[in-house]
Ligand binder design. Structure first.
Ligand code: BES
Ligand code: MN
Ligand code: ZN
Length: 479
């Protein structure tokens, strides 16, 4: 159940749990109602990770450290708030006080909601002893103004979108087949007033999406291609296209993965999940641009007629690809999606994909690789990343590496040399972006899925990219 966040002037006496997020500066100056000696002997100095619980008879007083006031940014608030969320699962209701800092009040409130809501997320569909957090109501002190409530509402909307993306990723590949995924996307569209078009297999054949068909060839599950469109109430400030890799399970195809390599491969639609999750919050955020989503969906299996290494696929835009490793499948379905998105002539586009293990090797589990063809667009994405705490790192697309994917039988092959795999994948994608369209590619192979809880991130699908995409859509200006 979604948590309700309400702006309040101060925390009412009737609220039995009061949480104060405090800076080290505030602790040094003395925390009202708690004797200094008690904090010193408990080792509580207000650093991130510090917690102190003080039952004072009338209500439970909780202190959560956030660090030095001068260092507090939205990310620090999100992290401290996640600590609040993780410690509050047994309470139905909390009052929370933000620390005194220079940080913009609205940004702080939004981050607080994101931190609390996201950290209490659990995926319980298949648990017979599920113990979800009981937290239902959070009162946020500091003023009841409409601006304050709007900031809380923005945080709640974004968290809802990110948790929807997590739900999609966490659903097993045997359940979330392309047909099921497309139907769920359709349901989201209906609820949110988005226009939706689902291409079935016949439409995909007619539309000559040869990459999607080639990857799907080893599967008994038919593919889908989902298009969603958000149209703002007032005249759109340009058109943004979002593309998401939707491999509902990646076995590798005939170039089969190892057992261990396959274990988390239900996450290979993390890009698609982030795109649909972001689309689902645009109405609530009142995004001012038109946003069009293009999401190819298939699994990558190894049936008796699966695409063989050496086969050549013809992509929507007419270019051909020799498939030498069927496990490099994401670029094949994205090639069709980028071609189609280009035909819509958007002012800018961005694709999200759990594309390469190489990117994970380069940047680790928390940072996405960012590539693209347009510096102002890259800067816009880096700015959105800074605001949302979803970290990206700009990588090059060296044109002299393009020869690594030269093929003797087709326009290109689907793999490059042994090194720089994130970049050769990006170079292949670039072949399907029409000239003049600002484009960026986010390789989220690292941050889409995690095996451990950390701050607002919970084990399993992370929903990485939803905050960044939503922020991009809200502040979009054609590059
Ligand atoms: N879905 C994988 C990439 C991946 C790996 C995502 C680990 C998340 C975690 C992708 O389809 C893949 O298999 N890529 C290959 C490409 C290679 C064959 C050129 C890879 O990275 O090994
Ligand atoms: Mn693969
Ligand atoms: Zn894959």
């Amino acid at each position: 159940m979604a948590i309700t966040f309400t702006a309040t002037r101060s925390i009412p006496k009737s609220t039995k749990v009061r949480v104060r997020i405090v800076t080290t500066d505030a602790v040094e100056a003395g925390v009202a109602g708690i004797p200094d000696g008690q904090l010193t002997s408990a080792g509580f100095s207000g650093k991130p990770g510090d917690t102190h619980v003080h039952p004072d008879g009338k209500r439970t007083e909780v202190l959560i450290g956030i660090g030095d006031a001068a260092d507090v940014d939205t990310d620090a608030v999100r992290r401290a708030s996640a600590a609040v969320g993780r410690r509050s699962g047994r309470y139905g209701k909390l009052g929370v006080e933000l620390p005194e800092t220079e940080l913009d009040g609205a940004a702080a409130r939004q981050a607080l909601v994101e931190g609390i809501a996201l950290s209490t997320y659990t995926f319980t569909t298949y648990k017979s002893d599920a113990k979800p957090s009981k937290l239902a109501t959070v009162e946020v002190a500091g003023g009841t103004g409409a601006k304050n409530q709007a900031a809380l509402d923005r945080g709640a909307a974004i968290a809802r979108g990110q948790m929807l993306a997590r739900d999609f990723v966490n659903e097993p590949g045997g359940v979330l087949t392309p047909a099921v995924f497309a139907r769920r996307a359709q349901a989201v569209a209906k609820e949110q007033g988005l226009a939706v078009k689902v291409w079935d297999e016949a439409a995909i054949k007619k539309g000559k999406l040869g990459g999607l068909l080639g990857v799907n060839r080893g599967s008994t599950q038919p593919p889908r291609f989902v298009e969603l469109t958000y149209t703002p109430k007032s005249k759109p400030k340009g058109t943004l296209a979002l593309i998401g890799k939707g491999i509902t399970f990646d076995a590798g195809g005939l170039s089969i993965k190892t057992g261990a390599g396959m274990m988390t491969m239900k996450c290979d639609m993390g890009g698609a999940a982030a795109v649909i999750g972001a689309m689902s919050v645009l109405k609530d955020l009142g995004a001012g641009c038109r946003v069009r989503a293009f999401v190819p969906m298939t699994d990558n299996m190894l049936g008796g007629d699966a695409t063989r290494p050496g086969d050549v696929l013809k992509i929507r835009n007419g270019k051909t690809i020799e498939v030498l490793n069927t496990d490099a499948e994401g670029r094949l379905i994205l090639a069709d999606a980028l071609s189609l998105a280009s035909e819509a002539k958007p002012d800018a586009m961005i694709d999200l994909a759990t594309l390469t293990g190489a990117c994970m090797v380069a940047l680790g589990p928390k940072i996405a690789g960012l590539m693209g063809n347009n510096a102002p667009w890259i800067e816009q994405i880096e700015a959105a990343s800074d605001l949302t705490g979803e970290r990206v790192w700009h990588l090059p697309l060296p044109s002299d590496y393009r020869k690594q994917v030269d093929s003797s039988v087709a326009d290109m092959k689907n793999i490059g040399g042994p090194h720089g795999g994130a970049l050769t994948a990006g170079l292949i994608l670039q072949e399907f972006v029409a000239d003049g369209v600002p484009w960026a590619h986010l390789d989220i192979a690292g941050p889409a899925f995690t095996d451990s809880d950390d701050a607002e991130i919970t084990k399993g699908g992370t929903g990485f990219g939803v905050r960044l995409l939503a922020e991009l859509a809200v502040n979009f200006t054609a590059p």
